[in-house]
Structure formats: structure tokens, C-alpha cells
Design a protein around this ligand. Structure first.
Ligand code: NAD
Length: 358
């Protein structure tokens, strides 16, 4: 039987959850297929206008959060509210016997996350965070490249989300509600990179942009050093009129690149490390460069990989299977703990301009 989902918050992301579960059209642009594992049981938003919209969209609307949590039919509560209320709603939901998916960032401090995990443990309920970008097609493709070993041991990963509209003009501009680009986008990229290369964080260094006059970061640059020696870099900018590549991975025998949200994966591999014949003539300086010279054709191969097909329902399939004890939840509590700790370290580093040791 399909699990019944109650959605708290019917803004942009709450509507995305509802459309993706119910198999309707999101923002007049994306046609979802109906979920095979769950269905929408009802909605609650603190804003009466959003509740009215939910009603007009054909859904059952609860008058209060308590009413939604008291509904015996509901198995899963999805929290799609601003970040500052994820903790209280999640704990209330688990204490009411519901499994919980919180939108990202799961919450706004390590202490709050521990409170949520404690509620999950004392009630025996599955609790996770919607790190849906683990299923992004470009990322799944890059993960495949890394895990296949075709570019050798990984040295570093860089992920960039660059836009030029400034920070979105809602609660994301406020400190209290958990605004800023680190919470909004940084959390996705940090989660992806750690999931890919390991959670053995040694240190974090961060600096923030404050270009638009709001009290939260409208851009962030984060360097994470792993104990394995690997380097991770995450960059979110809302003021870049030329966008740098979305993801770049350096391996010991090759490099992999995805330029943007539609691009395929470009790989260039070294096939003969001893190829030192090339020289690049330049007009300036001494006239020759061996460092920048292109490799000869026999020493290099380049190819493209198409992005794999991904399925938007896989997150919920995993979550429902985890409830039924068929598998582990995709995003585990310990993984959430490390990501949260990295975010806190990034805030501290940006404030103190010091490297924060783990
Ligand atoms: P939004 O402002 O569009 O919607 C938030 C909604 O929550 C509003 O309708 C608001 O009235 C409602 N709300 C506020 N406080 C509430 C409360 N106490 N109880 C019930 N409803 C309440 O914001 P959004 O863009 O939908 O973001 C919501 C959450 O989703 C955030 O945590 C955000 O980080 C996350 N998000 C995730 C993704 C993703 O890809 N995973 C994308 C966008 C947003």
C-alpha cells in the first residue's frame, strides 16, 4: 500500500513535493509521473493564502499543524518551510508517530540536529533530509566516473553554482529564517562532495560575499580538506555574469568536467605519462613553455559521456523502503551530522577568517 504523505509548507518546494508525488504539473513547466510508493494525504501552511491555493489545487487542507499530525492515516511528514522551523516541526511530527523528511538544510545548528535525531530514535521513526541533488544526472554521471577509476585516484573536486540575479528576495535574505547561499545551495554541494569522497574532514576554510546589502551571505567559497589529502571546493555566487564550470574533478590520470546544467561529461585522460616532447611557442618571455604545452595525440584521449537517466521518485522509493526495513535510508544521520558540522565550521571560518580544524 502507498504511504500517505502530509506536506507542511505549500510554497515553492512544498508544491514541488506535492506535484512530484501526485504526478501533476509543477510551475506550468514540469510534468511529473505519479509516485508508485506514496500519495498526498494533505497539506498545512501557516499562510491562509497558501492553504487556499492547496484547496483550489484539489488537496485536503488541515486547519492547524496539530490537526495534520493527529491524522492517523498520515505516515510521512515532509517539511518544506523556511529553515528556522524545521527542528520544531520535525520533533513534533516524530513525537506524533510520523516518519519525517526535512527539506535541506536539515536545520541550523548541530544541537538542533541532535534534538531531531533523538526524536527519531526515541520514537523509532525514520528521519532524513531531502538531499535530492544526490540524484542530479550530471552528479550521478560524475560519481560513476570517479568510482570507475578511469581518471585515477581523485585529487580534488570543485563544484560551482553561479548566477547573476543576486540572492532570492524572500526569507532567504534574513538571518533569522536561515537565509544565505551556504544554507541554500552550499549544503547541496557539500553533501554531494562528502558523499562522493568521504566524511573524513580535517579542516574547513570559508569566505563569504556580501555584495547585495543583505545581512546573509549572497555568495560563499568553501575549501574542505579531507584527512585522505583530497581537496574539496564549493563556490556559490549570485553575482557572476560569466559562469564557471559546474563541476570539475582532477584525478591522477585524468580530468572530468561538466560545464553547466545541460552539458554532458567531458573526460580527458593521460595515456602516456612520459610524453614530454611538446613545447608551446609563445611570443613573450623566453618564447617556449613546456608546462602549458598540449600533449601529443598519442599521450592523451578525450571523450564525452552522456548524462545517465535519473528518476525523481528514487528518493521517496528509498525512504519508503527504509520505513519498511528493506534498506538503509539514503541520507544517514552520521552523514547529516558531518555536513552540519562543516556548515557550522564554514560560518565560523568566514567570521574569523581562520581555518577551522575538525
Ligand atoms: P517558500 O518561501 O517558497 O515556501 C515556504 C512555505 O512555508 C511558505 O508557504 C510559508 O507560508 C510556509 N511556512 C512558513 N512557516 C511555516 C510554519 N511554521 N508552518 C507551516 N508553514 C510555514 O520557500 P521554499 O523555497 O519552498 O523553501 C522551503 C524549504 O525547502 C527550505 O528549507 C528550502 O531550503 C528548501 N528547498 C529545497 C530545495 C531542494 O532542491 N531540495 C529547493 C528549494 C527549497
Amino acid at each position: 500500500m502507498k504511504k500517505k504523505v502530509g506536506v507542511v509548507g505549500y510554497g515553492g518546494m512544498g508544491q514541488w513535493h506535492v506535484c512530484s508525488i501526485a504526478g501533476t504539473t509543477y510551475l506550468n513547466a514540469i510534468d511529473f509521473e505519479k509516485s508508485d510508493v506514496c500519495e498526498v494525504a494533505g497539506i498545512y501552511d501557516i499562510d491562509p493564502a497558501k492553504n487556499e491555493k492547496a484547496r483550489n489545487d484539489g488537496y485536503r487542507v488541515f486547519d492547524t499543524l496539530e490537526d495534520l499530525l493527529a491524522d492517523k492515516e498520515i505516515d510521512i511528514v515532509v517539511i518544506a518551510t523556511p529553515n528556522d522551523v524545521h527542528e520544531s516541526i520535525a520533533i513534533a511530527a516524530m513525537d506524533a508517530g510520523k516518519h519525517v523528511i526535512s527539506e535541506k538544510p536539515v536545520t541550523m545548528s548541530c544541537e538542533a540536529l541532535e534534538n531531531m535525531i533523538a526524536a527519531s530514535e526515541r520514537n523509532g521513526k525514520i528521519f532524513s533530509v531531502h538531499q535530492n541533488r544526490r540524484y542530479d544526472d550530471y552528479f550521478v554521471g560524475m560519481k560513476g566516473v570517479v568510482e570507475s577509476g578511469e581518471i585515477g585516484d581523485i585529487i580534488s573536486i570543485e563544484s560551482r553554482v553561479h548566477g547573476d540575479h543576486g540572492i532570492p528576495g524572500d526569507w532567504r535574505k534574513t538571518v533569522e529564517a536561515g537565509g544565505g547561499m551556504l544554507y541554500d545551495w552550499g549544503v547541496h554541494m557539500i553533501d554531494q562532495q562528502l558523499w562522493l569522497l568521504g566524511y573524513d574532514v580535517e579542516s574547513v576554510y570559508a569566505r563569504f560575499d556580501y555584495l547585495t546589502g543583505v545581512p546573509v551571505d549572497d555568495g560563499c567559497f568553501i575549501d574542505i580538506k579531507l584527512k585522505s589529502g583530497k581537496d574539496l571546493h564549493v563556490e556559490i555566487c549570485t553575482y557572476n555574469f560569466i559562469q564557471l564550470p559546474l563541476m570539475f574533478v582532477r584525478g591522477k590520470t585524468g580530468s572530468a568536467l561538466v560545464n553547466d546544467w545541460k552539458d554532458s561529461i567531458h573526460i580527458t585522460r593521460c595515456t602516456d605519462w612520459g610524453d614530454h616532447d611538446s613545447i608551446l611557442p609563445t611570443k613573450t618571455a623566453s618564447g617556449l613553455s613546456k608546462t602549458m604545452a598540449p600533449r601529443t595525440d598519442r599521450a592523451i584521449e578525450s571523450y564525452e559521456i552522456r548524462r545517465p537517466e535519473v528518476n525523481v521518485h528514487d528518493y521517496y522509493r528509498n525512504f519508503c523502503d527504509a520505513i519498511d526495513g528493506k534498506c538503509e535510508q539514503l541520507v544517514k544521520h552520521d552523514e547529516m551530522r558531518v555536513v552540519m558540522k562543516v556548515i557550522m565550521a564554514a560560518f565560523e571560518s568566514a567570521r574569523t577568517q581562520q581555518v577551522v580544524k575538525f
